[in-house]
Design a protein around this ligand. Structure first.
Ligand SMILES: Nc1ncnc2c1ncn2[C@@H]1O[C@H](COP(=O)(O)OP(=O)(O)OP(=O)(O)O)[C@@H](O)[C@H]1O
Length: 257
């Protein structure tokens, strides 16, 4: 990772056990280059969300450290450098969808940008629901509002934990096509947890396949396909080859590399 790179992520010997003794992450080492999108894929419960929460500075590791551009991630998050969109969208219930998204800019001390707000709401398909409060949105709509909230600050680091999990298949494909250019053209470093191999290949420059808990890297797969990627890319031989490579790595027994 180049020196002085504000958005490169370094995980060093990262370990985290949860109360009750579950070791979710054990001595995890990885570097994520600035401006690249990496998909994390692995069996359910292997520690992907824990890893993302450690990288976001939302949890402290028991051992090891995370550095983003050489700095503590919690500090970077408070400065608005890092945006997260997790499975639980956690929108403020008393604000409308648009106000929830706009608040992110305020918290990051960025000036209001109504044009950008409207553009993002349109891209995530919520233009007709800007004034609607979260309780009156569907689960998928709340997730889409959370994605818009994560993108509205043009963050240097974007952490997405199954961001399209509650979104229907058709909308998912549309979002997978429309949203990545927003962060990829502005040099954002993105980490994306997904259970979908196709989504990983469509969105990412690199796929890390993780073992069952505690998560460790069993395969590090480059996705050298040009952006932007259209959904029909899924029919190409190159796409299928990478997808098959990731699938094979996922089915490796624990302990095998
Ligand atoms: N807050 C918590 N308190 C206690 N245990 C936790 C907590 N969060 C996660 N765990 C445990 O840590 C392990 C890893 O969970 P984590 O959510 O990181 O996995 P995951 O790979 O993201 O799973 P999934 O793909 O199902 O979302 C699991 O055994 C889970 O029960």
């Amino acid at each position: 990772m180049p020196d002085g790179d504000r958005a490169g992520i370094a995980c060093r010997a990262l370990s985290k056990s949860w109360p009750g003794g579950v070791q979710a992450v054990a001595v995890f080492d990885a570097d994520f280059d600035a401006g690249r999108t990496t998909a994390l894929i692995g069996p359910s419960g292997c520690g992907k969300s824990t890893l993302l929460r450690l990288i976001a500075g939302l949890e402290q590791p028991d051992d090891g450290q995370v550095r983003i551009g050489g700095l503590d991630p919690a500090r970077q998050r408070r400065q608005g450098t890092i945006s997260v969109a997790f499975q639980d969208p956690s929108l403020l219930p008393w604000l409308s969808a648009a106000q929830n998204v706009a608040l992110a800019r305020k918290l990051a001390r960025q000036p209001a940008d109504p044009g950008k707000l409207a553009h993002l709401l349109r891209l995530v398909g919520l233009e007709g629901f800007a004034a609607t409060r979260p309780a009156a949105l569907s689960g998928g709509m709340r997730q889409r509002a959370a994605i818009a909230r994560a993108l509205v600050t043009a963050p240097q680091v974007l952490l997405l934990d199954e961001p399209f999990g509650a979104v229907d298949e058709l909308t998912r494909r549309q979002l997978a096509q429309d949203l990545p250019p927003l962060w990829q053209t502005q040099g954002t470093t993105a980490l994306l947890v997904t259970h979908s191999l196709a989504e990983a290949v469509l969105l990412a420059d690199r796929i890390l396949v993780l073992s069952p808990r505690p998560a460790r890297i069993v395969a590090d797969i480059a996705v050298p396909l040009p952006h932007p990627r259209r959904p029909d890319l899924t029919d190409s031989p190159a796409f299928r080859r990478i997808e098959a490579q990731a699938r094979a790595a996922l089915s490796l027994p624990a302990g095998a590399t």
